[in-house]
Design a binder for this molecule. Structure first.
Ligand code: MEV
Length: 309
């Protein structure tokens, strides 16, 4: 069994696409998984995808340019210099809700790519796997920053700057988060495209917001590395307000952020592409359950507690 985690962006989404830093961490309790079985009838590579409790069989043509699954298979085979796809079934399943800001696409591609390599008797190292998943992310997102694939492939908290060497983050004091789902699925590609549109229309105004997000991320990094968890709360609130100005919040996200803050969270913000999907609330062991409950009462379809560091 091969598996990969979900991810949350703690600080810096969207601005990271424009070269600002961002901080993200894996959510190890939500995972995508793949497994390889030999094929008893038929030939070629077949995916057995479990989605909403139903199994769907997909025959893979590695040359199909319209499928992200095919792209992943094609890139792995090309990288490993294998010309014929292995004749196997690869099962894919995931606990990670799709289109919710938790990196479901990157996690599924990660486990598929590693399964294809394993099926031809090889293993992809993290650098190559990360590059392949990034290439496939471009099909999902258009202009991804690369943060999702990086945090998922390495399964470590990262301080990420596009086109810069990977920096893992040391977290001396655990960060307790409630990750709550609005239940509204939202396309990261569309949200990223809309921010691009804003940026092209008003580059100076938008650049000020993006740089301010970058400054918040720097402060958050210092606070995290100093174990100053309380300082993170107001920084999350500031980051959320900046994302709202970039038009990527939504009424459902606002309701959950307000509910978390009213219930005593230290901070709260949307996480990922926004417009729906998930938000995160920073809590203490004392407030965790109260905030979790308040989020459910405010309409969250799922409110999961996770500890980072
Ligand atoms: C998506 O998880 C994060 C965004 O910043 C897009 C990206 O970095 O590719 C919205």
């Amino acid at each position: 069994m091969i598996s990969a985690p979900a991810k949350v962006i703690l600080f810096g989404e969207h601005a990271v696409v424009y070269g600002q830093p961002a901080i993200a961490a894996p959510v190890s309790s939500l995972r995508a998984r793949s497994a390889i079985q030999s094929r008893t009838e038929g030939e070629g590579l077949r995916l057995i995808v479990t989605s909403n409790g139903q199994q769907l069989a997909v025959e893979i043509d590695p040359e199909d340019v319209n499928s992200a699954f095919s792209a992943a298979v094609r890139l792995v085979l090309r990288h490993l210099k294998v010309s014929v796809p292995p004749s196997v079934n690869i099962t894919l399943e995931s606990d990670i809700p799709v289109a919710s800001g938790l990196g479901s696409g990157a996690a599924i591609t990660t486990v598929l790519a590693q399964a294809v390599a394993t099926a031809v008797g090889q293993k992809l190292d993290a650098v190559d796997l990360n590059q392949i998943v990034f290439e496939v992310e471009k099909i999902y997102h258009g202009t991804p920053s690369g943060i999702d694939n990086t945090v998922i492939v390495y399964e470590k908290p990262v301080y990420y700057v596009r086109n810069h060497p990977l920096e893992l983050l040391t977290i001396p004091q655990p960060i307790i988060l409630i990750v709550a789902d609005t239940g509204v699925s939202a396309s990261t590609k569309i949200a990223v495209g809309d921010v691009r549109y804003l940026y092209e229309r008003e580059p100076e105004r938008i650049q000020v917001i993006l740089s301010s997000i970058g400054a918040v991320v720097q402060q958050a990094r210092t606070a995290i590395e100093n174990g100053d968890i309380e300082a993170l709360g107001p920084l999350m609130v500031q980051n959320h307000a900046m994302l709202r100005t970039l038009t990527v919040s939504s009424p459902e996200l606002e309701a959950l952020v307000d509910a978390a803050m009213n219930a005593g969270a230290l901070g709260a913000k949307l996480s990922g592409g926004g417009r729906g999907g998930n938000m995160i609330a920073l809590v203490t062991p004392e407030t965790a359950e109260i905030v979790q409950q308040a989020l459910r009462e405010a309409g969250a379809t799922r409110a999961l507690m996770t500890t980072i560091g």
